[in-house]
Design a protein around this ligand. Structure first.
Ligand code: KG4
Ligand code: ZN
Length: 371
């Protein structure tokens, strides 16, 4: 079965085709990546220092059809579009959580195509989709890009850590579509904290990769930064850490706490910036690693997966490898940030497990959808 996945929840316009190969009845399934196209309005975001919802949605209206067409033709090595469509068994689309205008572009496009092409439609929760990036176990030899993928699909019970620009959550899965949310952030998401700290340090958007790069030259133990203590054992909070970094930057810049954050980076030298970036990254990543390790002890999962943009962080992978009691395999960093392949993969599992299809005439968006 081949599924087309469409993802437009934030600034990216993404489409991909994956194919599920059923190895044997009841056996572990393998999902093969056939194409993966991601267009982003990154140049515009860099200019504005973040995502501007109207700007993102306008760019998505322009790019969605070309992106879908490219995903289809490259999946089937250049066959005409009509022929490619014949081979598609269903369409999966993100309907939440995300920016309203952006989600609408994807949902309306996918619903229209489902009607015109007469294909089953699957409505996908974006956060759940991030987890399913770890279920892609093969890449087509025809793909131009290399992907380093897990060798087998994760085993259940499975613990999932979601660390993105909008979410920070620990979820325990007994099986597909049978899960419990253990905890989540009570304020900022971890990715948001990376983006805000990058802004304070004058580093480019998105903050995750630029902080990671600056941190390479810094001392992660130079400054002691706070980890929040929460009533919910698996809940998170990053707003205190973000404020602590702001105070630290003001102190290092020789200014008081009312000095505006946007003027600070000019007062800090490269060594100070690198040390602050490294200390922040170390603390933020250690916070999520601590709770993941704790949840592994309590719930004894057979596998641990990570998802969301921050899951591409080499520091997160390093700390988990050091502290988890068993080796874990994660998806390629390129499949951690928003993409259509993860959405298509969850669509495959929905089809296989006879999960309800969406009605293309009535499917709406849900910007605040949670797990
Ligand atoms: O999952 P994602 O692409 O979009 C959301 O669903 O939010 O995540 C975006 C977030 C941004 O905050 C970005 O700074 C962060 O992921 N990010 C990273 C890395 N790459 C992206 N954070 C840490 N290290 C990275 N290498
Ligand atoms: Zn995401």
């Amino acid at each position: 079965m081949k599924i087309l996945g469409i993802e437009t929840s934030c600034d990216e316009t993404a489409a991909a085709v994956v194919e599920m190969h059923r190895v044997a009845p009841g056996a572990v399934n393998s999902v093969e990546l056939l194409s993966n196209v991601v267009a982003s309005s990154m140049d515009l975001q860099v200019k504005y220092g973040g995502v501007v919802p109207e700007v993102a949605a306008r760019a998505q209206i322009e790019s969605i059809i070309p992106v879908i067409n490219e995903a289809l033709t490259s999946a089937f090595q250049g066959v005409p579009l009509e022929k490619a469509w014949e081979q598609i068994g269903g369409i999966a689309v993100t309907y939440g959580a995300g920016l309203g205008g952006s989600l609408l572009v994807g949902v309306l496009t996918a619903s229209t195509l489902a009607v015109i092409k007469n294909k089953p439609l699957y409505a996908i929760n974006h956060v759940e989709g991030h987890i399913y990036a770890n279920f892609i176990t093969e890449a087509s030899p025809y793909l131009a890009t290399n992907y380093k993928l897990p060798t087998t699909a994760p085993a259940f019970p499975m613990l999932a850590l979601i660390v993105s620009g909008g979410h920070t959550q620990l979820v325990f899965f007994k099986n597909h579509f049978d899960y419990t949310l253990l905890g989540q952030t009570q304020d900022d998401a971890i990715g948001e904290a990376f983006d805000k700290v990058a802004k304070i340090l004058g580093l480019p958007y998105p903050g995750g990769p630029s902080i990671g790069k600056a941190a390479e030259h810094g001392d992660p133990h130079k400054y002691l930064l706070p980890k929040a203590h929460m009533t919910g054992k698996y809940d998170f909070s990053f707003s205190g850490l973000k404020t602590a970094v702001l105070r630290l930057a003001q102190l290092q810049g020789g200014k008081s706490y009312d000095f505006p954050s946007f003027k600070l980076s000019g007062l800090l030298n490269e060594v100070q910036k690198a040390d602050i970036a490294a200390s922040f990254q170390h603390t933020a990543i250690e916070t999520v690693t601590d709770k993941t390790v704790e949840a592994v002890k309590e719930f004894k999962p057979k596998s641990v997966v990570i998802g969301g943009g921050v899951a591409s962080s080499p520091e997160l992978r390093r700390q988990l490898a050091e502290r988890l009691p068993f080796p874990a395999e994660y998806t390629d960093p390129k499949l951690c940030t928003d993409n259509g392949a993860m959405i298509a993969t969850l669509g495959c599992y929905k089809a296989m497990y006879n999960q309800p299809q969406a009605n293309p005439y009535s499917l709406g968006i849900n910007p605040n959808l949670s797990m």
